[in-house]
Design a protein. Structure first.
Length: 259
């Protein structure tokens, strides 16, 4: 989040300068300070709202589109709702700042126009900005997988309702989808549930050797004790007493687990 916010802040500053200078050239009749207020207030609110695409990307990462139509529908629903809220907060925030600045400067009333028209005008730009931020945070999450293992924690926090279970990564045998939740299969027999998508958990655990073996299963490659063919290219993965499916649609998983 911190690195993403810094990138967004730097990019927003650059865009602010370019846009303000462009407005000054295209509209020489306005006071020189006004374009900087217009563009600056927009940029400030964008940076302050960076947490929203970061949160929605964590809840519904682009990896979800690989999990079937239900996951794709959930992905679209989360991000459509998030971008609508993002744009509304952006408009309200920057308009409030502009009205305050104009009032303090005693520069006359600031008249942005009808609220619906302003929102629709800004929404088109906000949609592109939001998509760019989602891509940025997703890429940063993917890059985190290349971080040396010794620099990362060796435990994973499972948020089971109000409880937090701090499970050693090596004790997590597998993770499976369970509706709007994921179920963790632990070596001690516990099976806590966490409200999350399997794609989001895959992002966190893939660099520890976890392999997507089925659209509904993620297995710990280091804890695999056997592989049993089921015919037609499908397999059963043995993880001690736990059995997980390996679909023929994931040939790279079979190759990794056999290797």
């Amino acid at each position: 989040m911190a690195i993403g916010a810094l990138i967004i802040a730097g990019g927003s500053a650059a865009v602010t300068v370019v846009n303000a200078l462009t407005v000054q050239v295209d509209h020489p009749h306005v006071d020189a300070w006004e374009p900087w207020v217009w563009e600056g207030t927009s940029a400030v609110v964008v940076v302050l709202l960076a947490w929203l695409p970061w949160l929605s990307t964590a809840v519904a990462p682009p990896d979800m589109v690989r999990e079937g139509w239900r996951a794709r529908t959930a992905f679209a629903g989360v991000h459509l709702a998030a971008v609508a809220i993002w744009s509304a907060l952006h408009v309200v925030g920057m308009m409030s700042l502009r009205l305050t600045i104009y009032g303090l400067a005693d520069a006359g009333p600031y008249e942005p126009g009808p609220a619906a028209e302003v929102y629709l005008y800004e929404f088109r730009k906000d949609l592109l900005s939001y998509a760019a931020f989602v891509c940025l945070f997703w890429i940063l999450r993917r890059l985190r997988r290349t971080e040396p293992t010794h620099l990362r924690p060796v435990s994973f926090d499972i948020r089971d309702g109000a409880r937090i279970i701090r499970a050693p990564v090596g004790e997590i045998l597998a993770v499976s989808s369970a509706g709007n939740y994921v179920e963790f299969w632990l070596a001690d027999g516990r099976r806590p549930l966490m409200r999350a998508t399997l794609a989001a958990i895959e992002v966190e655990l893939e660099s520890y050797g976890f392999v997507r073996a089925h659209r509904s299963w993620l297995v710990n490659g280091a804890r695999v004790t056997g592989l049993e063919p089921e015919g037609s290219g499908d397999w059963t993965i043995e993880l001690g007493e736990v059995r997980a499916p390996l679909s023929r649609r994931f040939p790279e998983a079979l190759a990794r687990l056999k290797g």
